[in-house]
Design a binder for this molecule. Structure first.
Ligand code: NAP
Length: 242
């Protein structure tokens, strides 16, 4: 639904990666409803067509781009496309991520390096490439929200012994987010990592606890809160230990 009144993010531009399904798709609805100019990425042409159709009534308020964040050329092309569409980017939501099927039963003493590499290429290197590409376009007061997971949380007993590629990728993403926040502090750009909850998506599975809409809550909270703390790990709108 396109609002016709001023909303919390009116005048702001938000970019969401992996917006064709799951939490990313739910974020697209939320950010549009909050009044933002909403830039969405999807890897496949078919997914982009579906998104463009779904949001046709929003006109210029929604733009759909292609991007495989694991491919540096694709990230560069996205950056060029976005720069020609909007003057600045206020909020970057690095939502795109993978959890490779065979990783779910991959234990720490039996790691398939191909699964580890595939996972890191998107969840870590891809997210880092997105940050590097878009930081120059983000003004003071802007923010970077890295969608992470408590599976990468080192406190509270450490990582599970299985799903090693995914867990390590999110632990590394958390570590990167901390460094990024400290790098951007002087520019008053906030950078945080967030656990969205255990969400009913292709990744979370049907037995997960919350809907994709509910999975957007803390992300939207971070996107709309006043400028404040940065470099934190968030879960259910609270700061939690890394
Ligand atoms: P999902 O339903 O599997 O959707 C993942 C999205 O990421 C899809 O749009 C997918 O695009 C995109 N994507 C994957 N690799 C990509 C790449 N290399 N380049 C660009 N896009 C790529 O997953 P989800 O549950 O919505 O997860 C979203 C984020 O939340 C992820 O970062 C995930 O780790 C995190 N998370 C999820 C849960 C949960 O319970 N679901 C819990 C904690 C954290 P395609 O359609 O082209 O594959």
């Amino acid at each position: 639904m396109v609002p016709n009144v001023m909303s919390e993010l009116t005048g702001k531009t938000v970019l969401v990666t992996g917006a064709n399904r799951g939490i990313g798709r739910a974020l697209a609805d939320r950010f549009l409803a909050l009044g933002a100019t909403t830039l969405l990425t999807a890897r496949s042409a078919a997914a982009r067509e579906t998104l463009a159709r779904d949001f046709a009534s929003a006109g210029d308020r929604v733009r759909v781009f292609g991007c495989d964040i694991a491919d540096p050329d694709s990230v560069r092309a996205l950056q060029t496309g976005v720069a020609s569409a909007v003057p600045q980017l206020d909020i970057l939501v690095n939502n795109a991520g993978v959890f490779v099927k065979t990783d779910r039963l991959m234990y720490a003493d039996d790691v398939d390096p191909r699964v580890l590499e595939e996972t890191l290429r998107t969840n870590l290197f891809g997210t880092i490439a997105m940050c590097a590409a878009f930081i120059p376009s983000i003004p003071a007061g802007g923010r970077i929200i890295n969608v992470s997971s408590t599976m990468g949380q080192l406190s509270d007993g450490g990582l599970e012994p299985y799903a090693v590629a995914y867990s390590v990728s999110k632990a590394a993403l958390n570590a990167y987010t901390s460094a990024l926040a400290n790098r951007l502090r002087e520019r008053r750009i906030l950078a945080d990592a967030v656990h969205p909850g255990w969400v009913q998506t292709d990744m979370g599975g049907p037995g997960a606890q919350i809907s994709p809409e509910a999975g957007t809550e803390t992300i939207v909270f971070l996107a709309t809160r006043p400028v404040g703390e940065t470099g934190k790990f968030w879960n259910q709108k609270q700061i939690v230990d890394w």
